[in-house]
Design a protein around this ligand. Structure first.
Ligand SMILES: Nc1nc2c(c(=O)[nH]1)N[C@H]1C(S)=C(S)[C@@H](COP(=O)(O)OP(=O)(O)OC[C@H]3O[C@@H](n4cnc5c(N)ncnc54)[C@H](O)[C@@H]3O)O[C@H]1N2
Ligand code: MOO
Length: 410
């Protein structure tokens, strides 16, 4: 059997970061930057006040106190956005608002709270040091400085910086278009009546949501039956809309395992047993002249979910321009024993809790009682996967294991 790492590396060989495109800032939210952004300006762009108050020459206030305030004539009023390039000299002051440009000659701002708030003249009851409440040009960003490096995921703060340095649009790797398609003659659309032997289809909803959570533009193509011609036609049909196709079902040893049957014949998609539980039967390759990557996951719902995280997510990360690789893990103490088949690495559903625990192990992991590949409800009650290595068939309660926290929505 193939190792998990071999399969991840085979999957990653199928994908490259998507060609960068230019997107307006809000459309680029969540995408990965494909350029280095150097600021064309200094930020702040000019010396300005950080408080509402009075711009003064600090030396004028040397003796100021509550009992003996210094009174200065107010010669100007400077709101934010003022473009009149005012100047003051010793013995005078200007009323100034937060963000307004400092008048030349002034070297400090006294907040209005230190004064009587006068408009024609003002009594100031405290001295101010030079530079008080003044934001200097360039103290955030010097002109020419790199503010964002290529490869950064554009979140709220990054979009804020881009706008602040005047960018309207940026070059990013676009969100990968992921088409999710399930197969199985027994499947019925939720909301419709089911008959004997039928089930409501769930994988394509789950994996479309997982791909969206993974920063992709995910499209649920739904499901089709086990007719080989329909499978090929449908795949052909979705290729032009997909940067990657993810299917579920039909990859095992059954007489009607149609995905494996039709795609094996093409020669560009390979099927293997991977030494993992759940998620053993896997396929990956490319389709059509476009060589669109396809990952074929097993149909058991928990198997499809776990293998999405193990094998599809790294591919999606690479398409997005992010570093790919196995999901990160934390060490956690098990609250109950777990078992694993010989020679396969298990990923067991668990609830992960931060408890600050002893001996450098800050988490505990409570394994779900239902670990079957079909037991989807246990998946919805858990938030992590306990990793039991290939060479281990049992771990006792209290032992320490690597645990993959599943990505949370917040
Ligand atoms: N003789 C063998 N049988 C099986 C093996 C094996 O090695 N030898 N492997 C088992 C393992 S492990 C898995 S996992 C499954 C994978 O099977 P398939 O990928 O071929 O999936 P299906 O047979 O189509 O379905 C399996 C199971 O999951 C349900 N299912 C499928 N699609 C959906 C969906 N979209 N939504 C909800 N549920 C779905 C389906 O009804 C089946 O119950 O094979 C084992 N067998
Ligand atoms: O590997 Mo299958 O995914 O055990 O159920």
């Amino acid at each position: 059997m193939k190792t998990v790492e071999q399969h991840i590396s085979d999957v990653l060989r199928l994908v490259d970061p998507l060609e960068p495109i230019e997107l307006d800032l809000l459309r680029a939210h969540g995408a990965v930057l494909a350029e280095q952004v150097d600021s064309p300006v200094s930020l702040p762009g000019f010396d300005n006040s950080s408080m509402d108050g009075y711009a003064v020459v600090a030396g004028d206030l040397a003796g100021a106190s509550e009992e003996h305030p210094v009174r200065l004539p107010v010669v100007a009023d400077i709101p934010a956005g003022d473009a009149s390039a005012l100047a003051i000299r010793s013995g005078y002051c200007a009323r100034i608002m937060t963000g307004a440009p400092m008048p030349s000659g002034a070297d400090a701002v006294v907040p209005v709270e230190w004064t009587d708030g006068g408009q024609a003249s003002v009594a100031i009851g405290r001295p101010a040091r030079v530079g008080n409440a003044v934001r200097r040009s360039g103290e955030d960003v010097e002109k020419g400085t790199t503010v964002l490096r290529s490869g950064v995921r554009l979140g709220a703060a990054e979009l804020g910086v881009l706008a602040a340095v005047g960018r309207k649009a940026v070059r990013v790797h676009p969100r990968p278009r992921v088409v999710v398609l399930s197969t199985g003659e027994e499947l019925v659309e939720p909301g419709s009546a089911i008959g004997l032997g039928q089930i409501w289809e769930s994988n394509s909803f789950m994996l479309t949501a997982a791909a969206t959570d993974a920063g992709c533009a995910a499209y649920r193509r739904g499901f089709i039956g086990d007719d080989p011609a329909t499978v090929l036609e449908t795949l052909d049909d979705v290729l032009s809309q997909a940067d990657i196709v993810v299917t579920t079902g039909g990859v095992s040893m059954g007489a009607y395992d149609v995905v494996k049957e039709v795609l094996s014949r093409l020669g560009t998609v390979h099927f293997d047993k991977v030494a993992v539980q759940p998620g053993m039967p896997q396929g990956a390759g490319t389709l059509g002249e476009s060589r669109t990557p396809i990952i074929t996951l097993p149909g058991n719902p928990v198997s499809s979910f776990v293998s999405f995280h193990l094998f599809v997510r790294p591919a999606l990360r690479r398409l997005r321009g992010l570093p790919a690789g196995p999901p990160p893990t934390v060490r956690a103490r098990l609250t109950a024993p777990v078992a694993s088949p010989e020679g396969r690495r298990s990923y067991l559903r668990a609830v992960l809790t931060y408890d600050g625990g002893a001996e450098g192990v800050a988490y505990s992991a409570e394994p779900a009682l239902r670990q079957g590949s079909h037991q989807l409800s246990a998946l919805a009650e858990t938030d992590a996967l306990i990793v039991v290595p290939e060479g281990t068939t049992a771990l006792d309660a209290g032992s320490v294991a690597e645990v993959v926290p599943l990505p949370a929505l917040d």
